[in-house]
Design a protein around this ligand. Structure first.
Ligand code: MN
Length: 496
């Protein structure tokens, strides 16, 4: 389902017409080599497209406006090969509305000590020209990414690649559509928020439907389709009967297959990319959507439980940013702690809905009672999570503004089995450690629900948040409570 465009990034080299034609020909030749090598490197997931060298206000303005209008262009990479007087860039930059990366590099890696002369210096002066350009972008207050280093270095290419994913998250965020099947869980605060402001800031459209509207789709699914999908489940996943009658078990699984097919059709017909449910509002559904939501998430849909549309939309954006990567991205919830000194970890899970993209084992289907709500025992996928480094993100509404809280976390190999736990889970250690990490999270007002990814970094999420113009708080290995409290205090003045 997760189908995004074949996005491209434009490469715009800055110069000026003072240097003469020979020099500009060389500039163009160098840019061509860089773009070809970047595309050949296999480090970038998206194509870089070379644009004509920009030498005056008119060509700069035209390039940026064409980038605005081009549906496949997800951002522009600029580089000043020579000096490019920045007053020429003002109008184009002011009119540009897409992500901007300033690649601060130069064509030659080394100083040619034996041969360097003034001609060489005048042609290869990025150290000079990129400062003039950077000054203007800073003066205009335009959010951009600066990547420094030789273009042939793998590390530089990987940083460009990482930013490209952020840029696509920015472009795609503007038309994420979330369907709320039922409202926010009664009395819960942290999952609430200003939906108008969310559309202004992020572009998210958040619509509510009666559960019955979607339940009609579920009820309309044919028995043959339900059976076929159930067969597929039985082939794909292990079955953990745990003493339940085989026939009765399959009937429970079939309910989720119908829910998956019904929801999928509803989402497709109405063009929604993320969905929220609420176990308190299930009219017309026999079970809380469990396995069904897990499967939709695995296909790239955003999901939030208990009416949590902020996490659902954020998860959808993160699914888009991680397209083609294989470690996984999921809705998640801080559930319970292991507080043994020195070995503190958080058990992450949810009532049912964890995305199997993060699984490190073949998922298994279980049918178990739900301790909340009044429906029949739902089928769900259970598994443990890949060990690795990831980010847990929570978007909260503070009444006057949104804050994105981002915690670097390490998921651990789950050595000790939890045979009685009927849900998928992860064990993670938040940075800098559980004690400080959880204190910082709570001081920041972070929720129990998160959008979690093993394929994204806090740098990418901070850059995304910056492009959205919202406050971001990072909790990582450098976090101390004193500096965090100051940051929150200062942010209150900075973000109004
Ligand atoms: Mn929850």
């Amino acid at each position: 389902m997760l189908k995004t465009k074949k996005y491209q990034f434009w490469f715009a080299t800055g110069a000026q017409d003072l240097y003469g034609e020979d020099c500009l020909r060389e500039v163009e030749e160098h840019s061509k080599v860089i773009v070809e090598e970047l595309n050949k490197s296999k480090n970038l997931s998206y194509e870089v497209v070379l644009k004509p060298t920009l030498i005056n206000q008119a060509s700069i303005r035209r390039c940026f406006n064409e980038a605005n209008a081009d549906e496949l262009c997800a951002g522009v990479i600029t580089w000043m090969h020579t000096f490019s007087p920045a007053k020429m860039w003002i109008l184009g930059l002011q009119e540009f509305r897409k992500p901007l990366l300033h690649l601060h590099t130069q064509f030659n890696r080394d100083i040619p000590y034996d041969t360097i002369d003034m001609d060489f210096m005048n042609l290869n002066q990025s150290a000079h020209g990129d400062r003039e350009f950077g000054h203007m972008v800073s003066r205009l207050g335009i959010e951009r990414k600066v990547v420094v280093g030789h273009w042939s270095e793998e590390n530089v290419q990987k940083r460009i690649a990482s930013w490209m994913r952020t840029a696509i998250g920015v472009i795609e965020s503007s038309h994420v559509r979330v369907v709320r099947v039922g409202d926010n869980m009664r009395n819960v605060a942290v999952t609430e928020g200003d939906k108008v402001e969310a559309q202004v800031k992020f572009g998210w459209e958040i619509d509510a439907y009666n559960v019955t509207d979607v339940a009609e789709y579920v009820q309309a699914v044919s028995a043959a389709d339900v059976n076929a999908l159930t067969d597929e489940y039985y082939e794909m996943y292990d079955i953990l009967l745990e003493g339940r009658d085989e026939k009765e078990f399959r009937e429970h699984v079939k309910v989720q297959a119908a829910i998956e097919l019904g929801f999928r059709k509803f989402l497709e017909e109405n063009d929604y990319h993320a969905v929220v449910t609420n176990f308190q509002m299930l009219s017309g559904l026999k079970q809380l959507p469990g396995l069904a939501m897990q499967r939709l998430m695995a296909d790239g849909y955003g999901f939030g439980a208990e009416g949590d549309w902020k996490t659902a939309a954020l998860l959808r954006v993160m699914k888009i940013m991680t397209e083609g990567l294989c470690n996984g991205t999921s809705f998640m919830e801080d559930y319970t702690y292991h507080l043994e000194p020195g070995k503190e970890v958080i058990l992450q899970s949810h009532m049912l809905e964890v995305c199997p993209s993060i699984a490190n084992v073949k998922p298994a289907i279980k049918v178990n009672p739900l301790t909340m709500g009044n429906r029949e025992d739902p089928a769900r996928l259970v598994f443990t999570t890949k060990p690795g480094n990831g980010v847990a993100c929570s978007l909260v509404d503070l009444g006057t503004r949104f804050r994105l809280i981002i915690n670097d976390v390490t998921t651990l190999k789950q050595e000790i089995p939890m045979p009685k736990l009927p849900v998928a889970s992860a064990l993670w250690k938040p940075e800098p450690n559980l004690i400080t990490g959880a204190e910082a999270w709570i001081l920041s007002g972070g929720a129990h629900h998160t959008a979690f990814s093993l394929d994204l970094t806090s740098e990418q999420m901070v850059d995304w948040g910056a492009m959205m113009g919202i406050e971001c708080v990072v909790i990582d290995k450098d976090t101390t409570i004193r500096s965090l409290k100051n940051e929150l205090r200062w942010n209150k003045a900075a973000f109004r």
